[in-house]
Design a protein around this ligand. Sequence first.
Ligand code: COA
Length: 362
Amino acid sequence: MVALPIAPNLELRHFELHHAELLFDLIDTSRAHLRRYLNFVDDASVDSAEDFIRRSRARYAKDGTGNFGVWADDTLVGAVSLFDLSPMHRKAEVGYWIGQAFAGRGIITKAVSRLLDYGFSELKLNRIQLCCATDNPASRRVAEKLGFVLEGVAREDRVLRGTRVSHQVWSLLAADTQPQPARFTKPLGDGAELRLLELRHAQNLLQAVDSSREHLRAFLPWVDGNTKAEHFEGFIKGSLDRFAQFNGNTYGIWQDNQLAGVIGMHGIDWTHLDSEFGYWLAQPFTGRGLMTRAGRAVLSYCFDELNLHRISIAHSTENTSSRKVIERLGFKPESVARDAEWLHDRFHHWQKYGLLKREWQT
Ligand SMILES: CC(C)(COP(=O)(O)OP(=O)(O)OC[C@H]1O[C@@H](n2cnc3c(N)ncnc32)[C@H](O)[C@@H]1OP(=O)(O)O)[C@@H](O)C(=O)NCCC(=O)NCCS
């Protein structure tokens, strides 16, 4: 759901598992165009596309790099990737390809440019390398248009279908550019947005919780035990593992570049197509409809993008503000679980709710 916007109707998106067929079709209809320079085309299948998507997710969860779909007018047209990240030397390599029907329109140049911004501004890279076969003029032109500097030729450094191929090595340094801030986000309006929660946000999370401990501990059992950035790193690592395994996404809710809270899915049951989510907001950000907008965005991702059938949610029967958000989102009350949670000094009942896809659509 979070995307890296490039221009109206052009953006980079994380791949979802259900994109595997789209990805395979794109490769399949462009075989002749792609196979001249890329090895993976020969063995392409829906399964290999799915494998590629799984590896992309895992890489993003590990270090923020990976493969990203290029979407133009809501159509998957190609892919760009950041790979071979070296955290010590703050460098990585960029790669790209586009379906034949979409080539020659400047899309890849724009998509790679945005990915470079992301690499320099978010991942704080110092050097990004680009290699293109010495007989690939379109790719060479992309490097030139993006301001890369040609460093030389790596002679016969790769094998393409049994033939040794030499590559030009190009590089761009952070100092060569004025990177524009580039993040994967879902705008919510009025300066608010969702961003996938990542390890570098642990300190922001600690600050948000510290600013609101009394307010949060009233209904959240974990608040007292989470007092250091390391505690939040543990939570974020668990969230990123779920992201890597297509088992639910956890987002930071940001208001004017300040982390205001979290909304996350607690796993996905792919047999029954259901998930459950939870959320919290630091006190200064409450009372402005922010959680309702964040909830709508996550519900849209669950139902419209992932095609889930049912979402559940629960809150302490004493939590009036959470009840209001849940009702505004259209959830239906289903049952009360008595004494479902021990919180500080006594048990609380939980009001449980559900929302079905058909109810969301109406
Ligand atoms: C390389 C590739 C991604 C470029 O995509 P694209 O959509 O053509 O990229 P853009 O439109 O942004 O820019 C391409 C530039 O190359 C130029 N170009 C295209 N073919 C060319 C050729 N045969 N000779 C010289 N220039 C050429 C275009 O005119 C354009 O430059 P311009 O804007 O100055 O006119 C695409 O050709 C592709 O997918 N090729 C197969 C896979 C591949 O080679 N990947 C890169 C591996 S390093």
